[in-house]
Design a protein around this ligand. Structure first.
Ligand SMILES: [Zn+2]
Ligand SMILES: [Zn+2]
Ligand SMILES: [Zn+2]
Ligand SMILES: [Zn+2]
Length: 146
C-alpha cells in the first residue's frame, strides 16, 4: 500500500465509508462526507454540531498506555521518556518527574508524517470536485475491494 492509498482510507466518511470525509460532527464524534452531512443534519432529534474536519476540537488520539491497555496516556514523562496515563501517575513512579502534554510531545515526533498528509490533502482536495464526477465508478471499485 502506498501513502496515497493509506491516506484515502484514513479520510473516508464514517457513515457511508465510500466518500472522502469533509466534516466532523462534534456531538456524535463522527466524520462525514459532503453527501452525508445533509442527511446527518436532517435528524432534528439532536443538536448536531458539524464543523469542517480540520477544525474539529476533539482530540481522541492519545496513545494507549503500554502498561495499562484500557488507559490512554495524556501526559508524557520527560524524565523516563515514555507516555504515562493517570494510573501510571498514581503508582507514584513518576513522582517529581517533569511531565508534558503527550499529544504535543508525540506530534512533534510525527511532524514529518503530518506534513506528508498535509501535502496529500492539498493534492486531494483541490481536485475533489473533479473526482466526484468519477466517484460512481470509484464506488464500485471500493465496494468490490471491501
Ligand atoms: Zn458519507
Ligand atoms: Zn451529529
Ligand atoms: Zn499506564
Ligand atoms: Zn517518570
Amino acid at each position: 500500500m502506498d501513502l496515497l492509498d493509506r491516506a484515502q482510507v484514513l479520510l473516508l466518511c464514517d457513515l457511508c465509508q465510500k466518500a472522502a470525509l469533509q466534516s466532523h460532527c462534534e456531538l456524535c464524534q463522527i466524520n462525514l462526507c459532503k453527501a452525508c452531512v445533509g442527511e446527518h443534519l436532517s435528524d432534528a432529534s439532536k443538536r448536531h454540531n458539524v464543523v469542517p474536519y480540520k477544525h474539529r476540537t476533539s482530540t481522541p488520539n492519545y496513545p494507549k498506555c503500554p502498561n495499562h491497555t484500557q488507559k490512554h496516556c495524556e501526559l508524557y514523562c520527560e524524565e523516563c521518556n515514555i507516555p504515562v496515563c493517570s494510573t501510571c501517575l498514581s503508582s507514584g513512579k513518576h513522582k517529581g518527574h517533569d511531565l508534558s502534554d503527550a499529544l504535543q510531545k508525540l506530534s512533534s515526533k510525527t511532524n514529518g508524517l503530518k506534513k506528508d498528509l498535509k501535502e496529500l490533502e492539498k493534492r486531494i482536495y483541490p481536485t475533489y470536485e473533479e473526482i466526484t464526477l468519477d466517484l460512481n465508478s470509484e464506488k464500485v471499485n471500493l465496494e468490490e475491494s471491501l
